[in-house]
Design a protein around this ligand. Structure first.
Ligand SMILES: C[S@@+](CC[C@H](N)C(=O)[O-])C[C@H]1O[C@@H](n2cnc3c(N)ncnc32)[C@H](O)[C@@H]1O
Length: 280
């Protein structure tokens, strides 16, 4: 176990940050609880930026309308993993796609139902985990997540395998995550977040631990760019895109460790796009 030298941004009192090994079951339990607790604040803080029926790939505000990484959506069956309040899937429904949400957090899904009413666009959604998709083989044309499930999975192998299983041949997978190079830096939006303090190759998960109970209350998992490319290739995905959105001029919004101070110098988000070939 490695004690963190830097405090994670905005840690709750009584919670400490560490880097330590954690398996999929522990990770899922911790993150389900954390997202249930955090959902109200997350939606209150970021809801206007996300838009009730809006699709951004990350804190830079890069939209799917500008990136087009999912390809044509009209008439397509689309699954969003870690869909939160379903903003992205609602935007896809506006484009004519049949989008469905999936999330681990009950409270996030309650926000999704609330926004279904507000926007008058319903995203049928299910509470489940991205490593065990409750869908038949070959049932989707597109699977994606925008800062959704993928970086919360200890068992990313299972997550990508499940995407391959539910996608039809020729289907599309896309996901955004914290740019892997960001893991070298303290997660601070100011200058402190610009000095590398830990190894890029250290995959030890970031966890938050309750001082009282000793329980892990949150977990995020790091993989290098090479890890992701190899993982996709192992499951017969052909990588077609790796977008690294630039920080837009005049964009001064701070989101956790994302800010113009850092964004002008280093990428904060990576967006992968891949085709499922099913050919060995
Ligand atoms: C940063 S939020 C992003 C939500 C949404 N995509 C957005 O842009 O607002 C991450 C979401 O992933 C969900 N999540 C975390 N681990 C998951 C898992 N194993 N399976 C499915 N969803 C998960 C969380 O509950 C949370 O709603």
């Amino acid at each position: 176990m490695v004690e963190s030298t830097e405090p994670y941004l905005a840690l709750e009192p009584g919670v400490r940050a560490e880097r330590r090994a954690i398996d999929e079951t522990q990770s899922r339990r911790a993150n389900a609880g954390e997202w249930d607790r955090y959902a109200d604040e997350y939606q209150a803080t970021h809801g206007a930026f996300l838009g009730d029926a809006g699709f951004v790939w990350g804190p830079e505000g890069t939209t799917e309308a500008s990136l087009g990484i999912l390809g044509p959506l009209d008439g397509k069956r689309v699954l969003e993993l870690g869909s939160g309040a379903g903003q992205c899937s609602r935007w896809i429904r506006q484009q004519g796609g049949h989008a469905y949400g999936l999330d681990l957090s009950h409270r996030q899904l309650q926000h999704s139902r609330r926004l279904d009413e507000v926007a008058a666009i319903t995203v049928p959604s299910v509470r489940a985990t991205a490593t065990e998709l409750p869908f038949a083989d070959d049932s989707f044309d597109v699977v994606f997540c925008s800062f959704g499930a993928f970086q919360f999975l200890a068992d990313a192998e299972a997550g990508v395998r499940e995407c391959a299983r539910v996608l039809r041949t020729g289907g599309r997978l896309a996901f955004s995550i914290t740019h892997p190079t960001r893991w070298m830096f303290p997660d601070e939006p100011d200058e402190r977040g610009l000095t590398a303090t830990q190894s890029y190759w250290d995959r030890t998960p970031y966890v938050e631990v309750s001082e009282d109970s000793g329980e892990v209350t949150y977990a995020e998992h790091h993989r290098t760019l090479g890890d992701w490319v190899s993982l996709l290739a192992r499951h017969r995905f052909v990588l077609t895109d790796l977008a690294e959105p630039e920080w837009p001029e005049g964009h001064e919004r701070v989101w956790g460790g994302w800010s113009s101070t850092r964004g002008r110098l280093t990428p904060g988000t990576a967006v992968f796009g891949a085709d499922y070939s099913a050919i060995s």
